[in-house]
Design a protein around this ligand. Structure first.
Ligand code: K1U
Ligand code: ZN
Length: 170
């Protein structure tokens, strides 16, 4: 297994639209194992393939307390979303140190394939529902800061670029 480097905002590659997964082979399963290891190592509750510069419709999520319930969602589609929405703070491994409020559906139903290509349905609510919606946005090339005002987004962009320049100099 391997740790994968995570792209940081405002890297333009984060805005790439991911393509469906076609081949459910050993290479895909090895990539899924690397995604899960990378998510745990970064203390994330989710990770989208887009964030590691792989533009396939694949995300991993684990919102369990025990951190041993990783789910892989391949070619995910939201089939139902509650009309009930809630504003909650979100973070992102691609935007380290930034947390801000985003409005999301409180509950969703998602159909997705596992790493053998089997379709299943997931009923998610609370943090898990929020996390899946956040990860599926990544697959569309959307980062959560795009829900914020242009003023906030530009401040975040400037802060990230400054931090990246300082890290390069160190
Ligand atoms: O997509 C990602 O970068 C993963 C992201 C998922 C996420 C967190 C919070 C709300 C929505 C989606 C993270 O895991 S950020 C990591 C983090 O700081 C965090 C971890 C647990 C709960 C809340 C935040
Ligand atoms: Zn994210």
């Amino acid at each position: 297994m391997a740790l994968l480097p995570i792209l940081t905002y405002p890297d333009p590659r984060l805005h790439t639209v991911a393509k469906p997964v076609i081949d459910f082979d050993d290479a895909l399963r090895s990539f899924v194992a690397d995604m899960i290891e990378t998510m745990y190592h970064a203390n994330g509750i989710g990770l989208a393939a887009t964030q590691v510069n792989v533009h396939k419709r694949l995300v991993v999520v684990d919102t369990s307390e025990t951190r041993d319930q990783a789910m892989v969602l391949i070619n995910p589609e939201i089939t139902w979303a509650s009309a009930d929405k809630q504003l909650g703070d979100e973070g992102c491994l691609s935007v380290p140190g930034i947390y801000d409020g985003v409005e999301r559906a409180v509950a969703i139903k998602v159909k997705a394939q596992d790493d053998h290509g089997r379709w299943r349905q997931i009923d998610a609510s609370g943090t898990q529902a929020v996390c899946i919606q956040h990860e599926m946005d990544h697959l569309l090339g959307k980062v959560f800061v795009e829900y914020l005002s242009p003023l906030k987004r530009n401040r975040i962009k400037t802060k990230m670029l400054k931090a990246q320049r300082e890290a390069e100099r160190a």
